[in-house]
Design a protein around this ligand. Structure first.
Ligand code: SF4
Ligand code: SF4
Length: 112
């Protein structure tokens, strides 16, 4: 029988997603929905997937959105530094960023 090998393509030290080993149950939903095949199932059952092709990630976030345990922190996006644009609501101190769940309403203030 011929063997197939999965060889990481590491042109970047970046990790596009971060798993919490204590929460992730290895269901592989994130692997299934990733259109770029960044992830592969962990051969060890119940463990978080393996990030095989980190440089193929385009940070669309399907993996995080579809994860049944994302609200418990099983998986989160790890945007590159230059993409970490965010803004702060001065009155409450809340921080917001593009694409987050429950973002604040759009700015309707007329231009100065
Ligand atoms: S991160 Fe979420 S979707 Fe991916 S294997 Fe873990 S529990 Fe499943
Ligand atoms: S953000 Fe998109 S491309 Fe990146 S790992 Fe998740 S599903 Fe794949």
């Amino acid at each position: 029988m011929e063997k197939a090998y999965a060889v990481p393509n590491l042109v970047t030290p970046n990790k596009p997603v971060i798993f919490d080993d204590n929460v992730c149950n290895g269901c592989d939903t994130c692997v299934e929905v990733c259109m770029s095949d960044v992830l592969m199932p962990n051969p060890e059952k119940g463990k978080p997937p393996i990030i095989l092709y980190p440089d193929e990630c385009f940070y669309g976030g399907c993996c995080v959105k579809e994860c049944p345990l994302h609200d418990k922190g099983a998986i989160r996006l790890n945007w590159p530094l230059m993409q970490r644009v965010r803004w702060k609501r001065k009155e409450t101190g809340e921080h917001f960023r593009v694409g987050m769940l429950n973002p604040p309403p759009p700015n309707t203030r007329p231009p100065a």
